[in-house]
Design a protein around this ligand. Structure first.
Ligand code: PDD
Length: 286
C-alpha cells in the first residue's frame, strides 16, 4: 500500500514526497527525529516526545517549525489517512536546503524540512520476543558526546546492530569507561535483589521517554530504583535485565555477552514492568 506522508505542510503519496539532494539532513546528518508508538490508534507518551523534540532542536540552534498542537494534529491525520492502529509515527526536522554543500549553517530563516510518516506494525504490543527475551553483546561506545540530542546520525548504532546480528544475537549494549551507557536504540536496566538499576541522565545517553514514564510507574508501584551506572560483569550476574524504547516498550534481556541471566527466561520484574507500562501508557494515550 502506498502511504500518505507529511512533507512541509502537505499530505502526499510517499512516492511523490521529494527532498533536495542539498538538504542538510542528507549531506550533513543535520537533523533530529522522534519516534512515537501507537496502540489502539492512539499515541503513547506524546507530550514527552514533542517536549524532547523542542529540546533537541534548541540544542542545535533550530526552531521548532510546528506548535505542539500542530504536531499532534499532523500525527493524528496521518494515522487516520493510513488506517494505522498499531505501529509507530516517525518525524524528522532538518536544517533544510541551503542550495549547496557548506559546513556553515544556512542563514536563519532558511525553511526547515519537516517529514512525518507512519509505520504500521500490527502485533507490536504482542511482540513474541517479549516472551522469550533477547540476547545482547557489548560494544565500545564510539558515538559523539551529545547522545542526549536525538539526531539522525545513526550510523554507529547501525554498525553495532549489524555486529550483533553477525554474532547471532539481537542487539548491542554500548560501554564506555567500563560502564554500560545504553543500547543501540534503547535505554538499559538490570535488576538485582528486586532493585531496578539504570544509568542516570546526562549527555552520555538519550533521555528516553519510555524510561521516564516507566520509572514513574515503577515508583508508584513502590519498586526500588537506583540511578547509577553498571558494568557488563554486573549485568551478567544480575537477576534480570531489560531495555526500554518507544518501539519495543519494555524488552527483557536474557543473555549478556554469552552469559545467561537467571534461568534464561524473562524475569518477573521485567515482565511486570512491561505489563504496567502497556497498561498505563494506553490509559494516557491521546
Ligand atoms: N530509539 N537510546 C537511544 C540511543 C535511542 O535511539 C532510543 C530510541 C532510546 C529510547 O528512547 P525512547 O524511550 O524515547 O524511545 C534510548 C528510537 C525508538 C529509534 O531510534 O527508533
Amino acid at each position: 500500500m502506498t502511504r500518505t506522508v507529511y512533507l512541509n505542510g502537505d499530505y502526499v503519496p510517499e512516492t511523490e514526497a521529494k527532498v533536495s539532494i542539498f538538504d542538510r539532513g542528507f549531506v550533513m546528518g543535520d537533523g533530529v527525529y522522534e519516534v512515537t508508538s501507537v496502540l489502539d490508534g492512539r499515541l503513547l507518551d506524546f507530550p514527552g516526545h514533542v517536549t524532547r523534540l523542542t529540546r533537541s532542536l534548541a540544542e542545535l540552534g533550530m526552531d521548532n517549525p510546528l506548535s505542539d498542537e500542530e504536531w499532534l494534529a499532523a500525527h493524528r491525520k496521518l494515522l487516520e489517512l493510513n488506517d494505522v492502529t498499531e505501529g509507530m509515527v516517525y518525524l524528522q526536522v532538518t536544517r533544510g536546503n541551503p542550495g549547496d554543500r557548506d559546513f556553515a549553517y544556512p542563514p536563519q530563516g532558511t525553511p526547515q524540512t519537516v517529514v512525518i510518516f507512519t509505520q504500521s506494525k500490527p502485533g507490536l504490543a504482542d511482540n513474541p520476543q517479549a516472551k522469550t527475551g533477547i540476547r545482547v553483546i557489548s560494544i565500545p561506545d564510539l558515538r559523539w558526546h551529545r547522545r542526549d540530542i536525538k539526531t539522525v546520525q545513526l550510523l554507529y548504532p547501525s554498525m553495532a546492530k549489524m555486529e550483533a546480528k553477525r554474532q547471532g544475537v539481537d542487539d548491542a549494549w554500548f560501554t564506555e569507561d567500563g560502564l554500560v551507557t545504553e543500547g543501540t536504540s534503547n535505554n538499559t536496566y538490570i535488576v538485582k535483589g528486586g532493585r531496578i538499576i539504570t544509568r542516570p541522565l546526562s549527555n552520555d545517553i538519550l533521555h528516553g521517554i519510555t524510561r521516564a514514564s516507566l520509572l514513574r510507574y515503577a515508583a508508584e508501584a513502590q519498586m526500588q530504583i537506583e540511578e547509577r551506572p553498571f558494568t557488563i560483569a554486573e549485568a551478567q550476574e544480575a537477576d534480570e535485565a531489560f531495555s526500554t524504547s518507544a518501539s519495543a516498550f519494555v524488552m527483557p534481556v536474557v543473555e549478556v555477552d554469552g552469559a545467561t541471566l537467571g534461568d534464561g527466561r524473562p524475569g518477573p520484574v521485567a515482565t511486570r514492568l512491561r505489563e504496567i507500562y502497556l497498561e498505563e501508557s494506553r490509559k494516557t494515550a491521546i
